[in-house]
Design a protein. Structure first.
Ligand code: ATP
Ligand code: MG
Length: 402
């Protein structure tokens, strides 16, 4: 199929908005006679006048050729090798155009070899044409290329039209593509929320039909994607899409049922996400453990209360509640052990805010866990109009140190 080409005078993508490291890689490839495109999210964001998070490059140079061409290059991945070209403070991910996934083979299979009909082992032909590379991407708006040779935009999938219409449209049949890789469903919610786009009706219906398949996605990948969902700066809007499409239930099973039972629980989550978005806007970094403590805090407090009522000591109950929930979630989202410990520190430290006598407060103030615990304490005090006197006490103590 002939792609739609948009020449330089007909679009807004300027080399000034592309990182100098990416420009260096593109020109080096072009000067050596290779095709060199910016692909994926970088092109989408430039066309929308947004600042791209990073620039990924697609080329017809093979990984081996890339390794020889760039001194600062590392090859990663097994089945499909990618080149990471390292610059100070920036990594430019450069991939050779990919062919369609062979049938009966998962997207993320690590097999380098497979067996042919006559039993012979052969190497997968994983490299493809620019068109094949574009069409195996997830959404039309993520399949655009920017060609450094003539500064044109190349569109094989109708992404330019969908950018104009503000639509998230799956490339190919939504049921097939979401079954192939269920994580694409939460990516759809993320892009819709972040960009303020609508999910195209067929894709939307398909997500509602297939939401349960999210439980089949690899838990470690889910953890990565979940962080992206809540750190994207539009967490509230994304959450709205996750609820509407019913993706929240397979993602956070017990927790989502718990917030469904009571509107004030739901309001706390929304309140937290609004705060997350404000922090992002102010370019403050929130680490994953604090994010999880904030989002699930109410639920963890609820679980801890049940444990206390059953006779567990408060401090132990606070920790156990966190472990029980976050470890139990491992079936869907694998939260690393260290993050679970940090969340349980934040929650068990909440008890220390109630101790204001003697030297105890000073010691807590010097404790390395204080800043995160205090953030949680402050946010929950304000959201629920509780512990107001304590909040004043600790705010003053923190400001004056005495
Ligand atoms: P972000 O701005 O969040 O980085 P992005 O579109 O660049 O968004 P990435 O996860 O960085 O997203 O992936 C880069 C590109 O790789 C995407 O734009 C898309 O073309 C392709 N891609 C990523 N994940 C998938 C997937 N699960 N299925 C198909 N294509 C994918
Ligand atoms: Mg990206």
């Amino acid at each position: 199929m002939e792609p739609i080409l948009l020449k330089r005078s007909d679009h807004n993508v300027s080399r000034r908005n592309i990182s100098s490291a990416a420009i260096k890689v593109l020109y080096r490839l072009k000067d050596e006679g290779y095709t060199a495109y910016i692909a994926g999210g970088g092109v989408r964001d430039l066309l929308l006048d947004r600042r791209p998070k990073d620039f990924d490059i697609a080329t017809d140079a093979t990984p081996e050729q890339l390794r020889k061409m760039f001194r600062n290059c590392r090859l990663i991945g097994r089945r499909f090798r990618l080149a990471h070209i390292l610059f100070r403070g920036e990594i430019i991910e450069t991939a050779t155009f990919r062919a369609p996934v062979p049938e009966n083979e998962g997207e993320h299979s690590d097999n380098i070899f497979r067996t042919g009909e006559d039993g012979q082992v052969m190497r997968d032909n994983v490299f493809g044409t620019p068109e094949q590379d574009a069409l195996r991407r997830d959404f039309t708006i993520n399949a655009l290329f920017y060609n450094i040779a003539n500064f044109s935009i190349i569109d094989y999938a109708g992404g330019l039209e969908d950018l104009k219409k503000k639509i998230i449209r799956v490339i190919g049949d939504p049921d097939t593509r979401f079954t192939e890789d269920p994580v694409r469903m939460i990516r759809a919610a993320r892009f819709a929320g972040t960009l303020g786009f609508e999910i195209e009706p067929e894709a939307y219906d398909s997500i509602c039909r297939n939401a349960d398949k999210l439980a089949l996605a690899a838990p470690s990948r889910m953890y990565e994607e979940v962080q992206k969902l809540f750190f994207c700066g539009h967490a509230k809007a994304v959450f709205h899409w996750l609820e509407k499409t019913d993706l929240l239930h397979p993602m956070f099973h017990d927790f989502s049922h718990w917030i469904d039972e009571d509107k004030t629980r739901h309001d706390w989550v929304i309140h937290t996400l609004e705060q997350m978005d404000r922090w992002r806007k102010a370019e403050l970094r929130v680490h994953p453990a604090l994010l999880f403590a904030l989002i699930f805090g109410e639920y963890h407090e609820f679980l801890a209360k049940e444990l206390v009522e059953a006779g567990t000591a408060p401090h132990d109950a606070a920790r156990e509640a966190v472990h029980k929930h976050l470890q139990g979630m491992c079936g869907n989202v694998r939260v690393p052990k260290q993050a679970i410990y940090q969340v349980s520190d934040i929650m068990s430290n909440q008890l220390r805010f109630h101790k204001t006598k003697g030297r105890v407060p000073q010691r807590f103030l010097q404790h390395k866990g204080f800043p995160d615990a205090f953030l949680y304490f402050k946010l929950s005090a304000k959201a629920h109009h509780r512990n107001e006197e304590l909040l004043t006490y600790w705010t003053d103590l923190r400001a004056t140190g005495k």
